[in-house]
Design a protein around this ligand. Structure first.
Ligand SMILES: Cc1cc2nc3c(=O)[nH]c(=O)nc-3n(C[C@H](O)[C@H](O)[C@H](O)COP(=O)(O)O)c2cc1C
Length: 225
């Protein structure tokens, strides 16, 4: 696959085959992703790759706490709820996903099932918990660098026939993740990435989310043409 095929073909995958992903394949994905640039080459990222019983315990803990109404606790500033155009885009992709899955707006049970699927890491065979070094906590640059490496992961995975979904749902109950994955205190949990072989029969996997245009996003100054 060339670069265009990877970035234009990639989409978030929320339904997986049960087939496990070999550790060596994920190592190779990480090796490629870690070519990402970072501030002053600080490479603040760490990865806790979980599968099997460890991931199952995280799924169970996340589900239990969310059903019990335990407030979400992320380890970084997550900002408030989206409003305005950002909220519109959030609703836009949710509508696309629900339409693909045949989930009606008023079907509370099906919507709850969908949310719980996220807390279960979409039943993926593996997940990568991305953390950064606590020594850099408080600045915005380490989370920025984690974003770069996360994009590298999803694209490298796609180029190898794997699917991913970057997700906050997996780390909203961060104490569960921290305890079950044995994350040391000198690291801050940033985000989670479910990874596995895409189940092509899962309707939401076909959804291609929309993007604003380059003209909406960019201004060009000082060009002759
Ligand atoms: C920081 C971040 C957090 C996300 N959290 C979730 C999540 O909790 N659940 C989910 O289903 N998708 C999540 N996503 C995936 C986005 O919804 C998805 O990337 C976006 O809608 C664009 O779709 P695409 O990845 O298919 O291009 C997250 C993505 C990012 C970058």
């Amino acid at each position: 696959m060339n670069y265009d095929e990877v970035v234009l073909g990639r989409r978030s995958i929320r339904g997986y085959k049960r087939e496990p992903v070999p550790k060596e394949t994920i190592r190779e994905v990480l090796r490629l992703a870690m070519r990402a640039p970072s501030s002053l080459n600080s490479q603040p990222w760490n990865f806790h790759v979980v599968a099997g019983e460890v991931l199952d315990r995280i799924r169970a803990g996340n589900t239990e706490r969310n059903l019990a109404g335990v407030p979400h606790s992320r380890e970084f500033r997550s900002g408030g709820e989206f409003t305005g155009v950002h909220r519109e885009r959030q609703i836009g992709v949710a509508k696309q996903l629900f339409a693909a899955m045949g989930i009606a707006r008023e079907d509370k049970e099906a919507r709850m099932d969908w949310v719980l699927r996220g807390f279960r890491q979409f039943d993926a065979p593996a997940a990568i918990i991305v953390t950064y070094d606590r020594a850099l906590h408080g600045g915005d640059i380490a989370p920025f660098d984690c974003g770069a490496v996360a994009t590298g992961i999803v694209n490298a995975a796609w180029s190898k026939g794997l699917g991913c979904v970057i997700n906050s749902q997996g780390i909203m109950q961060s104490p569960v993740v921290r305890a079950e994955a044995g994350i040391p205190d000198d690291q801050v949990i940033m985000i989670c990435i479910a990874i596995g072989y895409p189940d092509d029969s899962f309707p939401a996997n076909a959804v291609v989310s929309e993007r604003k245009s380059v003209d909406e996003a960019a201004v060009f100054l000082g060009f002759d043409d």
